[in-house]
Design a protein around this ligand. Structure first.
Ligand code: ADP
Ligand code: MG
Length: 567
């Protein structure tokens, strides 16, 4: 194996040559305390940067096994190292020529702790994957700058981000402990009959719609109403108290601007763990909780939406419903039925993003527009059946209609950002002011019908490329000749998840799709493969920028593929 000196020498030799000559340095190099693999070399200074893998033996990296002995701890540690790596890389990254010359980049992260393919650790070694822009002026190689980048900056990155002694021990210890506790708490929910838990002292509001760090000075911390308070004795942090949201139907009410949506958003993201200092470290939600919203304009393929929608004006079947341009209510019905098909156990709905005519239909409207003229059975008539027939709970923000008091098991009022348990008052009011609604939609919720996706309808090819997929932001996947719009799939939090989802669709098509497997069976198999073999199973070559997603978000992407056909 050539060493760092030889790499230096080669880079200086390349100085002044055309950019393509960089291809010669592809390979593996032994540095004094790590191995550098130049895995992929970019074609020009503007192209996607070159991929680097660094492997540091554990004798030199020195991370104590206690920091990665459980899966929770390992994921937290890898996440923590990834963040430090990103910081150090950002400090050392600088423009050293044309285009991306001299830049060092690593997968983007936000507030959530996710398993990613950027950093791996085991008893043997630490592995980190990132990108560098090999320096050039125009298309002429800058050899000296390349030496600086590869032979000076990378060793510095290793020293400052991939060795235990570079870390603040206590902070790192704290992060692995709270992550382990958050996972433990999430596992306790079902045993205690809960679907979500919000610890006292949590900080839920964010700095802004685009800055997901906690709001600082003016934030009011969360305190549970006594009647809903539950207590856990966590393995690391000891006693934690907070609001437990029981299974069943929970309605969150309150005046406008009193913090309802902020609470629901925190619950949505409680399916993930959060970094220390986020404020939502101990806001944990059932792992099968899915945010539901209206999403007009989306395509729908062969979904049985008949529990909610029947007898459409043009007579199209709603047991096998397809459209290229859904309405608000139809899209919301499809979002629910697809989530149930994929195995959701909790639905999360906010009035701000729901279709009114899907949520309620009051007595007066029932009288004016007879049932045989209204295809929609509103959610209010189905929410209880959903719980009875399928054990699926709902948490709903609904400040604008008291009709839901009747069907609610709990009513929580947000008052100046503080939750109050107003269940009893709401039930009394419901009795005093009868709303005289007629129940619609029959006695049973109705059938959830799994579909079989047809492999030939999922085509990632474009022109001469067999697979052409690209991800834009956290909202869009260019998949073959099509763009999948995931802007309204709100539990996708990182671009890496979207990249992994795109890879998973291609993987599922090649590996698991045949004409027999239903969508939930495909999701089972893909998720099981990832659990067994890691995210690397999804791609032919190791990638550094994938982050773990849930089955629901993978299903969401498949469901929004306009070319999709199902049986
Ligand atoms: P609602 O849904 O009840 O209308 P929101 O949840 O949208 O209210 O919150 C309104 C505003 O108040 C937002 O700007 C939000 O960031 C802020 N906010 C929410 N919760 C808190 C809190 N606990 N402390 C301080 N500000 C908060
Ligand atoms: Mg709101």
């Amino acid at each position: 194996m050539p060493n760092d000196k030889e790499l230096c020498h080669n880079l200086l030799q390349l100085d002044g040559r055309g950019y393509k000559a960089y291809k010669e340095i592809k390979g593996t190099y032994q540095f004094p305390d790590f191995i550098l693999i130049i895995d992929h070399v970019q074609g020009d200074p503007f192209a996607a940067p070159s991929k680097i893998i660094v492997k540091v033996p554990q004798e030199l990296a020195g991370f104590p096994p206690s920091l990665y002995q459980s899966l929770s701890r390992e994921i937290a540690l890898r996440d923590y190292i990834t963040r430090q790596l990103a910081q150090v890389a950002q400090k050392l990254s600088n423009h050293r020529g044309t285009g991306k010359s001299g830049l060092i980049s690593i997968v983007g992260v936000k507030q959530e702790i996710l398993p990613r393919t950027a950093v791996f650790i085991d008893n043997r070694q630490l592995e980190a994957r990132f990108w560098v822009g090999l320096p050039a002026k125009g298309r002429t190689i800058l050899g000296r700058q390349a030496v600086q980048l590869l032979c000076e900056d990378i060793p510095e990155i290793v020293a400052r981000a991939l060795k235990y002694k570079a870390f603040e021990e206590q902070k790192l210890q704290k992060q692995v402990e709270i992550t382990e506790d958050a996972d433990w708490l999430r596992q306790q929910l079902e045993k205690k009959g809960l679907v979500a838990f919000v610890a006292n002292g949590s900080i839920l509001p964010r700095r802004s719609g685009v800055d997901h760090r906690p709001l600082e000075e003016s934030a009011i911390t969360f305190e549970s109403p006594k009647s809903l308070e539950v207590e856990f004795n966590c393995p690391n942090c000891g006693i934690i108290r907070g609001m437990g949201i029981p299974q069943g139907i929970t309605v969150i009410v309150g005046g406008g601007y009193h913090g309802k949506s902020t609470l629901l958003r925190s619950i949505e993201l409680g399916v993930y763990n959060h970094i220390h200092g986020d404020g939502r470290e101990f806001v944990v939600t059932h792992p099968r909780a899915v945010k539901i919203r209206a999403e007009d304009g989306r395509s729908i393929t062969g979904v049985n939406i008949s529990p909610f929608i029947n007898q459409l004006p043009q007579g199209s079947s709603t047991r096998d419903f397809s459209t290229t341009n859904a309405s608000g209510s139809t899209s919301q019905a499809a979002n629910i039925m697809e989530a149930l098909e994929a195995g959701a156990k909790v639905l999360l709905i906010d009035e701000d993003t729901a279709a009114t005519n899907f949520m309620i239909r009051d007595r007066r409207m029932q009288q004016l527009i007879a049932k045989d003229k209204e295809p929609i059975t509103p959610f209010i008539d189905k929410v209880h059946q959903l719980y009875l027939d399928y054990g699926v709970s709902t948490i709903l923000v609904m400040g604008g209609s008291g009709d839901y008091f009747e069907v609610a098991d709990q009513v929580i009022a947000m008052d100046n950002f503080q939750p109050l348990d107003v269940t009893n008052q709401a039930k009394i009011i419901a009795k005093q002011h009868l709303n005289d609604r007629l129940k619609e939609g029959g006695e049973k919720f109705g059938e959830i019908t799994p579909r079989i996706p047809l492999p030939e309808s999922i085509d990632p090819s474009r022109g001469k490329w067999a697979v052409k997929v690209k991800v834009r932001g956290v909202d869009e996947v260019n998949f073959g000749t099509e763009d999948i719009d995931l802007g309204d799939v709100e539990q996708i939090v990182e671009q890496g998840q979207l990249k992994a989802i795109a890879a998973a669709i291609v993987y599922a098509k090649n590996k698991h799709l045949d004409h027999d497997l239903t969508l939930p069976e495909i999701l089972d198999q893909v998720m099981a493969d990832i659990t067994d073999q890691g995210l690397d199973v999804l791609t032919e070559f190791p990638q550094g920028d994938l982050a773990l997603f849930r089955r629901f978000e993978l299903a969401a992407a498949l469901n929004r593929l306009r070319s999709l056909k199902v049986n």
